[in-house]
Structures are given as structure tokens and as C-alpha cells.
Design a binder for this molecule. Structure first.
Ligand code: ADP
Length: 253
């Protein structure tokens, strides 16, 4: 993988941003439906994540974890409140500027993978590099390195429908990290992997985190959460509490 320069924060961002703050939510509300059918999925969520943290979001099913991650990933609109990313006020930005920030800085692992059906494994993994304007000639080496690292070289010309759920999940993770994002947002990233593979992915996230990448994952697994340093617990859309994690498992490599 290579390190690519991300766009510099604007002067306004530099002024309003806090040193080291990557993400700051202030009283964020998210609702679905209207009128009497309106339901609150996120309620006055305030949260700060600093650059270089590894945070796990936990809570019962339906608590709003995926919705929160999608808001952070700038996929989800229709929320109210403040969201600052690298000091940029996302709540005040137009969709095109949000997309630019997302493409330059965020690698997202979707729970349902969301691979593009009519692109091969190779092409799916290559896609974020094209968003970052990495020259075609350079992309080949980067994708080859990631295919090798994930031990999926033999699958590179297959289409997603020709892969098992676990293999699709690996490709989705490979796609999320290939462009060396500033932050990885991962929604149950090991849900369909064997326990050994799941542990390898957590080890990979930990190595990337040690090298400076911020990681935020949604997980039901206390073991996976123990790879991070902080747990944010959600219930019924509210942040119920935060706690440091216990001792992380020892690193093998
Ligand atoms: P979690 O990830 O904690 O299981 P979700 O964020 O997926 O929770 O969902 C939180 C709540 O929001 C659930 O009650 C869910 O039914 C509701 N919800 C999620 N997406 C939608 C949607 N597109 N329309 C209506 N309700 C939704």
C-alpha cells in the first residue's frame, strides 16, 4: 500500500477544528418516517473520535449502530445536528463536497458487502484507487499486493456471485483498505468469516491502527472489541456509555 496525500482541511476547518479530532458529533438526531410514523433511530448522539483511535460500537440489535456508522461514512442523509470531520462541518456541506471527503479519507466495510456485481474481484478492489486518481500503472501493483495479502489472487477474475459469503467479505475489506484511508469504518467486518480469518482481520486492523489509521467498527463480539481501545455502547439510539476495553490479545506478528 502507498500513502497518498488527502486534501488539506480548509482554512475554516483549521480554525474550527480541534487538534487531533477526526470526528465530532454534537446532538445528532436521525429519524425515519414522517408525522405519527416518525421514529428516532439516533438521539442526541454526541461523540468524539480522535485521529489514531480504534473504537468499537456495541449494543443490542436495532440500537442504531449501523445507522450511526453510515452517518459517519457520509452515506446516510436526513439527520440533524452537527458532524465535524477533520474540522469540516459536514452538516453544512453539499453532497459533492461530502463525497470528495469520503472518497479521499474513508474506507467502508458494509455489512452486506455491497460489491459491484458486474465488476470482477480485481476491478472491485481497484475502484477506490480510481477515486483517488492513482495512475492505472500504479494501481496494478497495489491491487496485486492486496490480493496477495488476502490470499485471493486465484479469485481475481471472478465475479462476486461466484464467491462464498466469507470470500465476498474479504474482498469488501480489501476494497476498504486498498487506498490507505485515514479512517476505516467497518460494520460487523468478520460476521461471515471463520474464526481464524476473523482474527487475522482484527490483527490487520490493529496493525493499520498502529501505523496511524483510525478504525471504527460495529461489532457484537467482545473479542473483536478487545482489539480496540474504547467501546461506545448504544441502546435505543442513545449513547448509553463508553468504556475502555480490557487487555487486547497479544500480537502474533
Ligand atoms: P443496529 O445496527 O444497531 O442493529 P440499525 O442502525 O440497523 O441498528 O437500525 C436501527 C433502527 O432503525 C431499527 O429499528 C431499524 O428498523 C431502523 N431502520 C434502519 N434503517 C431504516 C430505514 N431505512 N427505514 C426505516 N427504519 C430503519
Amino acid at each position: 500500500m502507498t500513502t497518498r496525500p488527502a486534501p488539506q482541511p480548509s482554512a475554516a476547518a483549521a480554525e474550527s477544528g480541534r487538534a487531533g479530532s477526526l470526528i465530532r458529533l454534537v446532538n445528532l438526531d436521525k429519524t425515519f418516517g414522517e408525522g405519527s410514523a416518525r421514529t428516532w433511530v439516533l438521539r442526541r448522539v454526541s461523540l468524539e473520535v480522535r485521529e489514531g483511535e480504534f473504537v468499537s460500537i456495541m449494543g443490542p440489535s436495532g440500537a442504531g449502530k449501523s445507522t450511526l456508522l453510515h452517518v459517519l461514512g457520509m452515506h446516510e442523509g436526513g439527520w440533524e445536528g452537527e458532524y465535524h470531520f477533520l474540522g469540516e462541518p459536514i452538516h453544512a456541506l453539499k453532497p459533492a463536497k461530502r463525497a470528495e471527503l469520503r472518497n479521499a479519507n474513508i474506507g467502508f466495510v458494509f455489512q452486506q458487502y455491497h460489491l459491484i456485481d458486474d465488476l470482477t474481484v480485481y476491478e472491485n478492489i481497484e475502484m477506490p484507487l480510481s477515486y483517488r486518481n492513482v495512475p492505472k500503472a500504479e494501481r496494478a501493483g497495489i491491487v496485486a499486493d492486496v490480493l496477495d495479502r488476502f490470499q485471493i489472487v486465484g479469485k481475481k477474475d471472478l465475479y462476486p456471485r461466484q464467491l462464498s459469503g466469507g470470500q465476498q467479505q474479504l474482498v469488501a475489506i480489501a476494497r476498504a483498505i486498498v487506498a490507505d484511508p485515514k479512517v476505516i469504518l467497518a460494520d460487523e467486518p468478520t460476521g461471515n468469516l471463520h474464526s481464524d480469518q476473523g482474527r487475522e482481520i482484527m490483527e490487520l486492523f490493529r496493525r493499520l491502527n498502529a501505523a496511524g489509521t483510525t478504525v471504527i467498527q460495529v461489532t457484537h463480539s467482545e473479542t473483536n472489541a478487545s482489539f480496540g481501545s474504547r467501546i461506545v455502547r448504544l441502546r435505543d439510539g442513545w449513547v448509553e456509555g463508553e468504556s475502555p476495553t480490557g487487555t487486547a490479545p497479544t500480537t502474533e506478528s
